[in-house]
Design a protein around this ligand. Sequence first.
Ligand SMILES: Nc1ncnc2c1ncn2[C@@H]1O[C@H](COP(=O)(O)OP(=O)(O)OP(=O)(O)O)[C@@H](O)[C@H]1O
Ligand SMILES: [Mg+2]
Length: 398
Amino acid sequence: MGSCFSARIKAESPLHAGANSRYVSSDGRDSSSRLSSASVPQTPRSESEILESSNLRSFGFNDLKTATRNFRPDSVLGEGGFGCVFKGWVDQHSCKAAKPGTGLVIAVKRLNQEGLQGHKEWLTEINYLGQLHHPNLVKLVGYCLEDEQRLLVYEFMPRGSLENHLFRRSSYFQPPSWNLRMKVAYGAAKGLAYLHSPEAKVIYRDFKSSNILLDSNYNAKLSDFGLAKDGPMDGKSHVSTRVMGTYGYAAPEYMVTGHLTAKSDVYSFGVVLLEMLTGRRVIDKNRPPGEHNLIEWAKPYLASKRRIFQVIDARIEGQYSLGGAIKAANLAVKCLATEPKYRPNMDEVVKALEQLQDSDSGSVKHEVVRKHHKTCSNDASNRKAASCPRRSPSPMVA
Ligand SMILES: Nc1ncnc2c1ncn2[C@@H]1O[C@H](COP(=O)(O)OP(=O)(O)OP(=O)(O)O)[C@@H](O)[C@H]1O
Ligand SMILES: [Mg+2]
């Protein structure tokens, strides 16, 4: 918890970087710009325009320092490529630091990266989250820009990230139930569908389990818009951009061509859905040979109705119906289609997940599912992985 080193890696192309890394290729232009809805400007905006036009609060560095008790190690909520995230308290009205336990609880993300990329992501986050509002997007309260200091202030999400719930082993993080997984998938899908809607028309580009945060009722909210891009305009089919994102989650065609579409996000959604179904990280070098890449490992099982159950997280055995598991697995397979045109759009994904909410419970499914798990190879390796929590694919940004 206390350590605060960036795991961010720079690389010129995916081919040169290791797995579990966030990556970027190098064609130069990746400017933070505007949204395309009627309610937001249509042209790229300057830094001062972005900061002035948003309804966000501007915080003083010293206030955030006090609010987080000097960025104390035991205030650290997590750490990503951008920097550490701290818990703090501020007064709702004055934005001044408040006594711990009083006022508004916030999560403060402090940029620890030097150079242009960190600043760009900081500004892109403000640009998008300053204008986009939806129950399934995390709320950005404000920012701090003082000398070299760049910070972002969010609403505090008491249940942390989906990544922690799925992969971290401790008494605090129990494996989420089947119904909870379906609820989180549904919420995250609604967030992504909103981003892709004509109202927002944004490609998120960094959909992964660590960017899905959970409120006290386990409602999912997407966070981290530092890599978001406006969707294609003027009838274009894609946005050409340098390749950025996180290994394992990014769509294969985007990795190869740099052509970004909303269907790239759908692929990433499929990856996260598969992580939820299997309880495995998309890239996990601690697995036995042949199982490092979740998608390659799981795909043959998912193609067969009889074998699907062999890859579903053994920790939720007995909690799902056969039909529900097959539907969810099929949805993941469709999202992971190699050809983007065969992937569903996010509205279709939302509809499919709607049907999977609070699916039936009963004794029949217990028995049938147990039978399938007798041959389950996932069982032993899942428990083995349980003893070795790791960070998710780390970011890699130029
Ligand atoms: N608003 C928040 N409320 C509560 N916890 C948060 C909040 N924002 C972030 N966190 C915690 O901090 C962790 C780090 O978040 P951050 O977005 O910096 O990195 P990441 O998503 O894990 O990795 P990456 O930088 O690769 O995207 C999250 O996984 C989460 O546990
Ligand atoms: Mg994040």
